[in-house]
Design a protein around this ligand. Structure first.
Ligand SMILES: [Zn+2]
Length: 331
């Protein structure tokens, strides 16, 4: 805890003290600051549906255009060219962001999908197309071992298209965070989860062995993490684990809607399937809302110092999240 003293204009310039809490992530050591008494990430009542109407006409992922405008996978990866599960459709990214990069929509019809409408079915089907894609790539190219499944959801999160989708990436090399996480020992992953389970203040719950918690030292706003001890690569996710992950992710996204957020980033960090001790894990953060005169949640602290500056305590977030996860659990 760091404390400062200023002469406060609101109190006739008398001395006032305030505190900021600094934390370090137990796995990677990155630091995080929890600020008090200010709202940095505003909730929104912005009319997203109006933006949906504006962007639908020219959208490549909507039913009129998706078949003609999106690329197909080579036969070496998938004979059908596109991977489908439920309403979800996966195709290669038209821009090369990785050696193998994919885009998967929750559904061509789902141009407008506010987070309160995310369901376990929609999320699990979309995740399954990505798991199928990663598995197919790993079979076709043994050099490409580092896979991740990600999401930029809505423009403030970095998405260039309004139509909601996930993105997959498989490369011969790890990203910076994949590398940092791959250097964490099995003992350390285990000790972190044990401590969170035992301490309980940030622990949210478990679906089919996938454990959810609020991050001790978040990299972003309202950060939730999931740990999947049974896998090190997304390719190793069984149907049951995909269902469970879809359920947890849908509960988390419904929670973001409750809290007033509609934009998020997610990353499911994978290591090679034979990486001993690595635990497949997911990070989810809320981003600024799409609205005029919005404040970006990525400042010099986040971008240039790699230190998050957030406005709510992970422990308070866990209380809210447990309500959501508990409710879903009984469904
Ligand atoms: Zn669309």
């Amino acid at each position: 805890m760091l404390s400062s003293e200023i002469l406060h204009p609101g109190h006739d310039f008398k001395p006032a003290r305030a505190e900021v809490e600094v934390r370090w992530d137990p796995l990677t050591g990155h630091s995080s600051r929890i600020v008090k008494g200010v709202t940095l990430l505003r909730a929104t009542a912005f009319d997203l549906e109006a933006v949906a109407r504006q962007t639908r006409q020219s959208c490549f992922f909507c039913p009129d255009r998706i078949e003609q405008a999106t690329p197909r996978l080579p036969a070496t990866i998938h004979a059908g060219g596109r991977i489908r599960r439920g309403s979800a459709v996966l195709f290669p990214n038209i821009v090369t962001y990785a050696q193998y990069s994919s885009v998967s929509v929750y559904g061509p019809e789902l141009h407008f999908l506010p987070l309160e409408r995310m369901t376990p079915r929609l999320v699990a089907d979309n995740l399954q197309t990505q798991v199928d894609f990663v598995s197919a790539v790993l079979r076709a190219d043994p050099q490409a071992q580092w896979a991740s499944i990600n999401a930029n959801h809505m423009l403030p999160s970095g998405s260039s298209l309004f139509h909601p989708h996930m993105q997959g990436s498989v490369d011969p090399y790890p990203t910076t965070f994949q590398r940092l996480l791959s250097e964490v020992s099995a003992e350390r992953f285990g000790a972190y989860l044990d401590a969170e389970r035992q301490f309980g203040e940030r622990y949210i719950g478990e679906f089919a062995g996938i454990e959810w918690l609020a991050s001790f030292a978040p990299v972003g706003f309202h950060e939730l993490r999931a740990f999947i001890p049974a896998a090190s690569s997304p390719a190793q996710l069984t149907r049951d684990l995909v269902e469970a992950l879809g359920r947890g992710l849908a509960a988390a996204l419904n929670l973001y809607a409750d809290l007033g957020y509609q934009s998020f980033n997610a990353a499911l960090y994978g290591a090679p399937p034979n990486a001993s001790g690595f635990m497949l894990n997911l990070r989810l953060v809320a981003r600024s809302n799409l609205e005029p005169l919005y404040r970006s949640d990525a400042t010099y602290y986040e971008r240039l110092h790699w230190q998050a500056m957030i406005d709510t305590s992970p422990e308070d977030l866990a209380v809210r999240a447990r309500e959501r996860f508990g409710r879903d659990h009984n469904n």
